[in-house]
Design a protein around this ligand. Structure first.
Ligand code: MRU
Length: 363
């Protein structure tokens, strides 16, 4: 792969591929503060649930490091309070992808009293060396989250590839690829793994209005890797399914409830219903960090509403009458009855999801 989605450089700058500009421009942006990272998540310069989680972790490191420059931050309690404020701010960047909260909580735990970094903080003697140790631990943890994400995606690829037979035409919605993660991808990771086993897989990519993750990102990313991909308008999936041109659907997820209901990019639900109607398996590939075990069902998942300008304009050009009313929900929830299987790093989960998800967390 000739590109990378994001990385934390040795000089503590977060570098991100600006996904708003793809595929027409390949621009890496340098982010130097936690506020820059927050803005990048909010404005969707980086997007995709796991990539948002990794970005937040890097952002929290930049935030923690900036606290060392504040004279009033000279003891563990003050550091912790200010750091938790930054964590709360980062958490608010986008509401639906649970990986954001998951990464923030993981680092908060590290800094909290019971965490490894918390221990270091209590050793602080006023010289600042204990706080510097905490910040170093946060850096190491954020890089661990990054590395683990790629490793997990490869595991999902390994399990999920078994579901895709040689010669399959696979429909995907949005972008659940390397661009939505630290690398390799969730749904596209499964496709990559199948292709690497020399299976002939052809991908059909929904364009995914309004942000066009399918047209701009999935199509670009797969073409970069030499994987066969055909772009369709979102409203074409039903026709292709009826014509027998789709053998399986595979998508990622932003949050999965403990009963297997799946929140993913707006439009996923209608694809899932069409797949069931046409007896086509509908697979979801997602790491366990995307499963919100605290939620009984998808009804509890917060759905982000974005600026309607994303709907009434395309690349800054108005496509609807001035003052037209519009709605811009960014995600929908697919009830578990439409989900044939959930591919995780712990293996493939099947209904009854309440049980199989709980078992995966216990493994
Ligand atoms: O609004 P986005 O682009 O962040 O939405 C992304 C999706 O819905 C992806 O399908 C999901 O995060 C899975 S990414 C591996």
């Amino acid at each position: 792969m000739a590109f990378y989605t994001l990385r934390l450089r040795d000089d503590d700058v977060v570098e991100m591929l600006d996904q708003r500009k793809l595929p027409l421009e390949i621009i890496y942006v340098e982010l130097k503060t936690y506020k820059d990272v927050y803005g990048a998540i909010k404005d969707m310069l980086v997007r995709g649930a796991p990539a948002i989680g990794v970005s937040a972790a890097f952002g929290l490191y930049l935030g923690a490091k900036s606290l060392l420059d504040l004279p009033e931050v000279n003891n563990y309690e003050t550091f912790k309070k200010k750091f938790f404020d930054i964590a709360g701010f980062m958490f608010s960047a986008r509401p639906t992808a649970v990986n954001l909260g998951w990464a923030v909580d993981r680092i908060k735990k590290l800094v909290g009293k019971e965490g490894k970094a918390g221990e270091k903080g209590r050793e602080e003697d006023g010289s600042g060396s204990g706080l510097k140790d905490i910040v170093d631990l946060i850096r190491a943890e954020s890089l661990k989250i990054y590395d683990e994400d790629i490793e997990i995606n490869k595991k999902m690829g390994h399990y999920g590839a078994a579901l895709l037979k040689d010669g399959f035409n696979v429909l995907t919605h949005c972008n659940a690829g390397a661009l939505a993660t630290a690398g390799y991808g969730t749904a596209l990771g499964v496709i990559r793994a199948a292709v690497s086993q020399n299976k002939k897989i052809s991908v059909i990519s929904d364009e995914t209005r309004p942000f066009l993750q399918g047209a701009r990102l999935t199509t670009w990313e797969l073409m970069e890797d030499g994987i066969s991909v055909t772009l369709i308008a979102d409203n074409s999936a039903g026709l292709l399914m009826r014509k027998g041109k789709i053998d399986a659907v595979i998508v990622g997820a932003d949050r999965i409830a403990s009963n297997g209901d799946v929140a993913n990019k707006i439009g996923t639900y209608q694809v899932a219903v069409l797949a069931k109607e046409n007896n086509i398996p509908f697979y979801v590939a997602a790491p366990l960090s995307t499963i919100d075990i605290n939620l009984e069902s998808g009804d509890e998942i917060p759905i982000e509403e974005r600026d309607i300008n994303e709907v009434v304009t395309v690349f800054g050009k108005r496509i609807a009458p001035e003052n037209a009313k519009a709605l811009n929900y960014a995600f929908d929830v697919t009830p578990n009855r439409y989900v044939s299987a959930i591919i995780t790093e712990k293996g493939i989960l099947y209904p009854d999801y309440k049980k199989s998800i709980a078992d995966a967390f216990d493994k």
